[in-house]
Design a protein. Structure first.
Length: 157
């Protein structure tokens, strides 16, 4: 069947096969079905870019290896971390890291500080500017200079 003359049959609907051997009753009708080599079709190899959307992908079926390194993924889509951890980058990787409370200054004050080790300021030769309401005016801004002096900020012209 089909070896001498090709069968020009469209497979866009359910098809059945029934055949007879000479002088015998016909075999029962059997539905035609796909076979493993038919799972990869010419159509699947020619899918246009962006034709497959997230709505067509089974939840949980995408793994790290499927995602391009340049992909921009909304943070809300990431699995949450553990309380007290923050999302940060390390080199070119994104990691969850425990927030080190001892390395922050709290609005309500810190305890167990050491005058020789703990300070608010910079570790370079730059001055520190303190502002109120992020206003760059004499009334709302002070500068702590690297020589230890404090001055009111001069309004920029």
């Amino acid at each position: 069947m089909g070896s001498v003359a090709p069968l020009n049959i469209k497979f866009d609907k359910e098809l059945w096969l029934e055949f007879c051997v000479i002088n015998q009753p016909p075999f029962s009708r059997t539905p035609l079905s796909s076979v493993p080599f038919a799972f990869n079709s010419i159509i699947s190899e020619t899918v246009k870019n962006d034709a497959i959307t997230s709505r067509k992908i089974l939840n949980g079926s995408i793994v790290d290896e499927d995602i391009n390194d340049d992909a921009q993924i909304n943070v809300s889509k990431l699995k949450g971390g553990i309380n007290g951890y923050v999302l940060m980058t390390s080199g070119n990787k994104v990691i969850w890291k425990l927030l080190a409370i001892e390395n922050v200054w709290l609005l309500s004050g810190n305890s167990d500080t050491n005058e020789g080790n703990n300070f608010i300021g910079t570790s370079d030769n730059a001055a520190v500017e303190i502002r109120v309401s992020n206003k760059d005016t004499i009334k709302n801004s002070l500068i702590l200079n690297n020589n230890g002096s404090i001055q009111r900020h001069k309004v920029k012209n």
